[in-house]
Design a protein around this ligand. Sequence first.
Ligand code: NAD
Ligand code: IPM
Ligand code: MN
Length: 358
Amino acid sequence: MTKKILVLPGDGIGPEIVGQATRVLDALIADHGLDMTYESALVGGSSFDEHGVPLTDEVLEKARQADSVLLGAVGGPKWEQYEIAVRPEKALLKLRSELKLFGNLRPAILYPQLASASSLKPELVSGLDVLIVRELTGGIYFGQPRGIRTNNNGEREGFNTYIYSESEIERIAHVAFRAAMLRDKRLCSVDKANVLEVTELWREVMTRVGKEYPEVELTHMYVDNAAMQLVRAPKQFDVMVTGNMFGDILSDCAAMLTGSIGMLPSASLDANGKGMYEPIHGSAPDIAGQNKANPLATILSVSMMLRHSFGEEALADKIENAVSTVLDQGYRTGDIYTDGMKLVSTSEMGDAVLAALK
Ligand code: NAD
Ligand code: IPM
Ligand code: MN
């Protein structure tokens, strides 16, 4: 059966970077007879402008029907004036939640060629390979009740609820332990169990599930310390597992260690391996429309799609090798540029990857 991919470019740099990723997909389909097709649809601000909502029922249904989804980025200053319920970001959250994509894999790998682009000294990051496993459909992002209300003193107050059920913690624990089993078998669970009951339970459940994976060394760390350790000595980590909000923050931090947030892909998986794939960065309004953005995180997201949703390991490797080749050749978008390298545009980086794939 022909595999169907739904492509959602989104806003800002989204269409520019996704444009390069679909060129890679086109090349793989043509050159390797991959039985895959894709169609594109609006999401985020671009959908709001056209339909008055960031995600239409029709596009949500297409996402359900698809075998996997490739997303660029959503959001931007243009839509910040609207209430949270109709903001572009809501589309992303609804897709994650409706498709039950609770397992978010965010690998932070330093390509050796980019050691000098990292914000840390080369010796601290050389060989860096950390996998952040982020719970994506629960926690404070989705907890009820939430809102802005007037309290008894007549003052407005904003509130959200940080909540995790045992089953939500268990299922993300299994994702993380299984990932650790395929790597260096070290898992660090990140929480704030010294203050928040929700993460006291998180720690208890992680420890319990850990008994099923005796080969994996499980450690626990408070999130403030984890943020500090990530910039002090990031190579101490193999796999990190954490909740939705901590994972959001720590993955941006880890991204910078690899040279740029423009390098980090992600996979958001349901219990059956269906996934949505996207770079971890946003719509970068400051450089949108200028053909400057780094498309590699999105291209590497295609690689993750081939690996996790379609079992095409060899082709996934091929994309990663092509990325490594273009970095060897000195091609750099502005975000990863260092002296002596070849400064290229988004589309020229795409050209270089396509050439390297041949
Ligand atoms: P951002 O990730 O868009 O940008 C942060 C900085 O990183 C900017 O200076 C930007 O130019 C740079 N950057 C990001 N991606 C890059 C790339 N591929 N190449 C080169 N430089 C890159 O974060 P922000 O500015 O906080 O958010 C902008 C908008 O994006 C907001 O509306 C936010 O809600 C949204 N956002 C969306 C997603 C998503 O769709 N997954 C993720 C994060 C933020
Ligand atoms: C991400 C983004 C999203 C998140 C926003 C845009 C909803 O920052 O994918 O990391 O917070 O999850
Ligand atoms: Mn984020």
